[in-house]
Design a protein around this ligand. Structure first.
Ligand SMILES: Nc1nc2c(c(=O)[nH]1)N[C@H]1C(S)=C(S)[C@@H](COP(=O)(O)OP(=O)(O)OC[C@H]3O[C@@H](n4cnc5c(=O)[nH]c(N)nc54)[C@H](O)[C@@H]3O)O[C@H]1N2
Ligand SMILES: Nc1nc2c(c(=O)[nH]1)N[C@H]1C(S)=C(S)[C@@H](COP(=O)(O)OP(=O)(O)OC[C@H]3O[C@@H](n4cnc5c(=O)[nH]c(N)nc54)[C@H](O)[C@@H]3O)O[C@H]1N2
Ligand code: SF4
Ligand code: SF4
Ligand code: SF4
Ligand SMILES: [Mo]
Length: 662
């Protein structure tokens, strides 16, 4: 600890911390613009200047390390004057005619900083020139005229997202934020995560859908969880008049630390599917609106007739539903129709083999945080450029600093462009490939722990012939992995959909062999699928959905998309009941349709891919005649004279989890 004094207050701060940080800990406010808690200190805007006794010139507090006995002043007349001058310069360099700007009046950090200094005008004559406004991006607008060159956006795109799309072109006052080689944003390498917009302190980067929809002050902020995939990013849903205006990443999020991808930030706001607003029943071949009483009554009568018949009903639920709902769904169908086919829309494709392996071997997977410090990442059967993108950000940001990426995928993917090695193995040849890698490492004596292999040469030969990958590439991969200090292995549906538990077992052995997994590190992670994949697996809702003459099918789809294959399979059922939020080719085929809440209209818990249990909060009031997913299932149960008493917290413990739950 270091002793220093700020504004006469004695402060203790950890060695290596900045004066800005020390002041903050002591409750002393120093104004900033370019600083951001998730970004490395930059010292660009100079707004945080402070006086240090015995030092000749004021210093930027955000980059100044604390030192023993340092005496700092943040609010001397000289500092206040300098701060006003800095702000005046910032205002006069570009077009900051605030009344025309979308963030004016509370949402602009530049304007707020000026008001904090009690400035009413700036004395410097504006000397700016006009820049073009880039409106080519589908989700946001870049207006360099409002830019203060704090470079938060540039730093966020590189340091956090690892996409390196943005940079500053030209020098000094002519500096401009540009995408790639100064091409339109809409044609650039941008992956549309919106992080740059979230960090921009001014109106230079503004969101298309929420612009001019009211100040943040007039929005209600609800903390929730993205249900776009199993990463489980924490979000802040910004609501006005029962409408989602914008979704932001929650900087306090345990998993995502503020980041989101396009699917989390923009897709839910842009969803254009048609809501179902009243229960419907097929009458004379046509779906017609009916009352809840009639729809539920007729459905329960049908189900009662089939009760006890194990081939009477098949039921399938979306893994986007809260765990509370999934647990009641299971209780209703598995409990009431003993032996019936009761599963989830993912049919265990991304999870079944993982959970099966865990049942014998305890929790063997690690937490996503391990990716932050990985020096090598092996992606196998996982296209993280497309799915689970925020998990990808955690290591993509380090690729320019020396972290190596190995991608194993039979198909060409965007991940190949980032990879040091991209192996194009034959589809389904992964078991031979993994064993081959083990054999090469053992043969070359590179293993970090012992592994008994009887026929190394045989396995290596087999790997080459089965995978069609040249020996040199396999050897290179094995050597990179084995020589890494903190490797992590990520696997996805390319592996798990092969439904071969052996694959998980051999990946685990490889992970132990190269030190990805040992007593301290847990660098083996499966990506899983939708938001509650993990919960569905723990509830045992992971069987393949193979119909064999069931007399009725119940689909609890919620707000999920219906896959073509599911629609095909259920369309032959003699009776089809669907609880869904949106019209689709599935609801068109149903005999009874029950309109239910979407993700934002219901409360519930989600178990993300690395075992975090998180709570999604209701942000919107559903349309009048739409009911909660959980309530609908409970009402069906009640009409069948069942009471649902499901305790999901207990139910998920019936199976062993592949990762520690927290
Ligand atoms: N943004 C976004 N994220 C998502 C989803 C989404 O729709 N959007 N969907 C979610 C869902 S439901 C799921 S299930 C997951 C899926 O996410 P992932 O588990 O990453 O699965 P895919 O994206 O299908 O990528 C699987 C990769 O495996 C490759 N592959 C196919 N066969 C083989 C093989 O034999 N061997 C190897 N080594 N590779 C093979 C494919 O070419 C593909 O690139 O993503 C979830 N995350
Ligand atoms: N044999 C086999 N069966 C499987 C799987 C498998 O790998 N193999 N995977 C399982 C898994 S993990 C899953 S999640 C399921 C479903 O598996 P998926 O592969 O996810 O299903 P899709 O057919 O893509 O169904 C999604 C449908 O919704 C549409 N859709 C999705 N997102 C959007 C969107 O943002 N906008 C619009 N307009 N349309 C969209 C798609 O065009 C598609 O028609 O299948 C499960 N069943
Ligand atoms: S949206 Fe994301 S990828 Fe695109 S420029 Fe902004 S931070 Fe970079
Ligand atoms: S666009 Fe925004 S975040 Fe980027 S440098 Fe300009 S003011 Fe800063
Ligand atoms: S990574 Fe998954 S959970 Fe995170 S924002 Fe994207 S879709 Fe949502
Ligand atoms: Mo999935």
């Amino acid at each position: 600890m270091v002793q220093l004094t700020i504004n006469g207050k004695q402060i203790q701060a950890p060695e290596g911390s900045t004066v800005l940080h020390a002041a903050k800990m002591a409750g002393i406010h120093i104004p900033t613009l370019c600083a951001h808690k998730e970004l490395a200190p930059y010292g660009g805007c100079r707004l945080c200047i402070v006086d240090v006794e015995k030092w000749r010139v004021p210093m930027a507090a955000c980059t100044l390390p604390v030192s023993e006995g340092m005496v700092v002043h943040t609010d001397t007349d000289a500092i206040k004057k300098s701060r006003e001058f800095i702000l005046s310069m910032l205002f006069s360099e570009r077009n900051h005619f605030c009344p025309f700007c979308q963030v004016s009046g509370g949402d602009c950090e530049l304007q707020n900083a000026a008001y904090d200094e009690e400035m009413t005008h700036w004395p410097i004559q504006p000397g700016w020139s006009n820049f073009n406004v880039d409106t080519t991006h589908p989700y946001f607008v870049l207006d360099n005229n409002r830019c203060i060159l704090c470079r938060r956006c540039v730093r966020a795109c590189g340091e956090l997202v690892g996409n390196f799309t943005l940079s500053a072109a030209e020098r000094g006052a002519a500096s401009m934020i540009v995408a790639d080689t100064d091409i339109p944003l809409g044609e650039s390498s941008c992956i549309k995560c919106g992080t740059c917009v979230q960090v921009c302190p001014t109106g230079a980067l503004i969101d298309r859908t929420s612009a001019y929809q009211g100040h943040d002050e007039s929005l209600t902020e609800i903390k929730s969880v993205c249900v776009g995939c199993s990463v489980g990013c924490a979000v802040k849903v910004m609501v006005r008049n029962n409408r989602i205006v914008r979704i932001e990443g929650d900087w306090d999020g345990a998993v995502n630390h503020g980041l989101l991808c396009e699917h989390g930030r923009y897709h839910p706001v842009a969803d254009s599917r048609t809501r179902i607003t009243a229960p419907q029943m097929r009458k004379n071949g046509k779906l017609e609106p009916v009352s809840w009483e009639e729809a539920l009554g007729s459905l329960a009568d049908k189900l009662k007739l089939l009760s006890g018949d194990k081939n009477g009903v098949a039921a399938i639920a979306s893994t986007r539903l809260p765990v509370e709902t999934l647990a009641v769904f299971k209780e209703l169908f598995a409990g009431n129709f003993k032996g019936a086919l009761v599963t989830s829309t993912e049919e265990g494709m991304p999870t079944a083999v993982v959970t099966d392996f865990a049942e014998k071997n305890e929790a063997f997977e690690g937490k996503l945080d391990v990716l932050r410090n990985a020096d090598t990442v092996l992606c196998i059967g996982a296209n993280i450029q497309k799915s689970h993108m925020v998990a990808g950000f955690m290591f993509k940001r380090n690729l320019s600093k020396g972290t190596r990426l190995i991608n194993i995928d039979p198909e060409d993917s965007e991940l190949d462009d980032l990879a040091n090695v991209a192996l194009k193995n034959k589809r389904g040849s992964d078991l031979d490939l993994i064993k081959g890698l083990q054999a090469i490492i053992v043969k070359e004596g590179l293993g970090r722990s012992p592994l008994e292999i009887s026929d190394t040469e045989g396995l290596i030969k087999k790997a080459v012939s089965a995978t069609n990958v040249p020996l040199e590439e396999l050897t290179q991969t094995a050597q990179i992995l084995a020589r890494s200090i903190s490797p992590v292995i990520l696997f996805g549906k390319g592996i798990t959909a092969q439904r071969d538990e052996k694959l998980v077992e051999e990946l685990y052995r490889l992970a132990v062999l190269v030190g990805a997994v040992d007593s301290e590190r847990h660098g083996l992670i499966s990506l899983k699928g939708e938001a509650n994949s993990m919960a569905a697996a723990l509830l045992g809702l992971d069987e393949a959905f193979k119909l064999n003459g069931q007399k009725a099918v119940y689909v609890a789809l919620g707000d999920d998309y219906a896959s073509k294959s599911l629609v095909e399979r259920v369309s032959k059922a003699p009776y089809l009941a669907v609880q869904a939020s949106y019209e689709s080719s599935l609801t068109e085929k149903a005999d009874v349709v029950l309109p239910v809440t979407i993700w934002a209209e219901q409360d519930g818990h989600y178990l993300n891919l690395d075992g975090h249990t998180q709570q999604a909060q209701k942000s919107l009031t559903p349309p009048e005649n739409v009911r909660d997913n959980l309530v609908v299932l409970s009402e069906v149960a009640m009409r069948m004279n069942m009471t649902t008493k499901s305790d999901w917290q207990k139910s998920i413990l019936e199976r062993k989890s592949s990762v520690a739950l927290n």
